[in-house]
Design a protein around this ligand. Structure first.
Ligand SMILES: Cc1cc2nc3c(=O)[nH]c(=O)nc-3n(C[C@H](O)[C@H](O)[C@H](O)COP(=O)(O)OP(=O)(O)OC[C@H]3O[C@@H](n4cnc5c(N)ncnc54)[C@H](O)[C@@H]3O)c2cc1C
Length: 467
């Protein structure tokens, strides 16, 4: 068995008492478990799926190695970069040579270089002005406490769509600025979350300018895939996570808890519930969680995005001087990138694109038969890259929205008005239980980096409590 691979580890954890039970073997839970073990605590990790990694999965599909879930790393994600170093995982730059493609409000396809879309000068000036306003708002925010923003109440009481309408009359500028938050990040329509949530998304990445710069926010990939992080963490635990072990109930008081799966019950002093907020309610708590905790999680919901992976005999767009990067607020696939595994260069001549279909467009697509979905997605990619895009040798759609233990993508966010109302409870423990995933992170919100930060923070809190 390779050091960073737990998939063939057949040891089973039969302990009935430990210091800490971690529910969920995503990157958040495993980071916490690893740090707690390093500090000398006995930790048991219980995972519902038959694998570790949660929303991180690197998988061979039809002979192509795909990043089914999270994959990119940006320079501000220092917690993730540090852990990659610690685990001995290497990164490489996302392919970005050549021109990108943009389809505008007039339906015309244009190529461009750099981060500025080829729009009329007046629209470009509006995009720049709105970017400066959002950068200023983001700079005033501590992403760990967005509810303390000087304009928090006003920004949380209107949708981001309304904010955009109030701030510009230029439809294409509005659609472009909106693209970076709704479809591209929260994967929800801009009318369904608040302007404050939009500012949080920007602040969590350092600035709005970072989000509009694909070369920054999607800078690097991990050799072998980003699932190497949870696999590496799991392999370093003294006892491997118990797989196929969904936690069904937690009985707790101030002194500790008993965490149960269908076949097992473990007594412990501390619990980390490292599952998305939307899945916390599937666990039976005795006593029930406090009322406002239950309310809070009813106002958090997953967005929806279909990540599509067509593979071609070769990366044909490169021959045409194209980078594979494409954007349009008006196309079914609102963004696409060259996702060829560069670490395989020389071994595999094929080229892979990755594209995203988000929010209401994803809803509509999911209502269609598989063949029709594929045809529409490939037609949209052909609009960017030409007719060859219609003829992949392999095609795959990431299935997160169908999966019981995720049920959406990329992450969860609050509905309008709820960030100020419930935000202060986001990371509040209940008795011996802590709650954390990337969904409740500040810096790195919704990203692997945020999950690692949350895992580290919870581990520190538990260790501090023990003195
Ligand atoms: C398609 C897609 C693309 C993405 N792209 C990027 C990207 O490029 N870069 C980036 O940084 N991030 C990206 N993300 C987001 C990133 O993957 C997540 O933010 C991160 O992996 C979340 O980790 P987590 O441990 O907090 O939660 P999860 O990964 O959701 O882990 C929670 C775990 O809990 C388990 N679980 C749930 N309920 C129970 C239960 N009752 N008992 C036991 N176990 C349970 C689940 O099976 C899961 O393993 C992407 C996500 C998706 C889906």
């Amino acid at each position: 068995m390779a050091l960073n691979d737990t998939r063939n580890d057949t040891r089973t954890d039969t302990r009935t008492e430990v210091d800490v039970v971690v529910v969920g073997a995503g990157v958040t839970g495993l980071t916490a478990a690893y740090r707690l073990e390093q500090a000398g605590l006995a930790v048991a990790v219980l995972e519902a799926r038959d694998r570790v990694g949660g929303r991180l999965l690197t998988q061979d599909v039809d002979g192509v190695r795909l990043e089914v879930g999270g994959q990119w790393v940006s320079p501000d994600q220092t917690a993730l970069l540090g852990l990659l170093d610690e685990l001995g995982l290497e990164t490489y730059a996302r392919y970005r040579e050549g021109e990108s493609v943009y389809i505008g409000i007039d339906g015309v396809r244009r190529t461009f270089a750099g981060a500025t879309f080829p729009v009329p000068a007046a629209t470009e000036a509006e995009v720049d002005r709105l970017t400066a306003v959002l950068d200023r708002l983001a700079a005033q925010m501590d992403p760990l406490e967005p509810w303390r923003h000087p304009e928090a109440t006003a920004l949380d009481s209107i949708s981001f769509e309304q904010w955009l309408q109030e701030n510009t009359d230029d439809a294409e500028a509005r659609d472009n600025v909106g693209l970076y938050i709704g479809p591209a990040m929260l994967t929800k329509p801009n009318h369904s979350f608040s302007a404050l949530s939009a500012v949080l998304m920007a602040a969590s990445a350092g600035s709005f300018s970072h989000l509009v710069d694909a070369d920054f926010i999607l800078d690097r990939r991990v050799v072998g895939g980003l699932q190497g992080v949870p696999l590496g963490l799991a392999a370093r635990l003294s006892v491997p996570p118990s797989l196929s072990s969904p936690v069904t109930s937690i009985t707790y008081d101030d002194a500790g808890a008993r965490v149960a799966t269908a076949g097992r019950s473990i007594a412990c002093r501390h619990v980390l519930v490292a599952v998305p907020p939307t899945l916390v309610g599937r666990i039976g708590f005795d006593p029930p969680l406090p009322a406002l905790h239950q309310q809070m999680r009813q106002h958090q919901s997953f967005g929806i995005v279909i990540k599509v992976h067509p593979t071609y005999e070769r990366p044909f767009w490169r021959d045409a001087g194209l980078s594979g990067t494409a954007f349009s607020p008006y196309a079914l696939v609102h963004e696409a990138y060259d996702n060829t595994n560069e670490d395989l260069a020389g071994h595999d001549p094929r080229g892979t694109l990755v594209g995203f279909v988000s929010d209401v467009r994803a809803d509509r697509l999911l209502g269609l038969p598989e063949a029709e979905r594929r045809e529409l997605v490939l037609a949209s990619l052909a609009g960017y890259f030409g007719e060859e895009a219609r003829h992949p040798v392999a095609y795959y759609e990431s299935p997160w929205m169908h999966e019981e233990w995720t049920a959406g993508a990329y992450a969860t966010s609050f509905d309008v008005g709820s960030l100020t109302r419930y935000g202060p409870l986001l990371r509040e423990p209940v008795g011996p239980m802590q709650f954390a995933t990337s969904d409740v992170a500040g810096p790195g919100f919704q990203h692997v980096d945020g999950g690692i930060r949350m895992g580290e923070a919870v581990a520190e809190r538990i260790l501090a409590e023990r003195g």
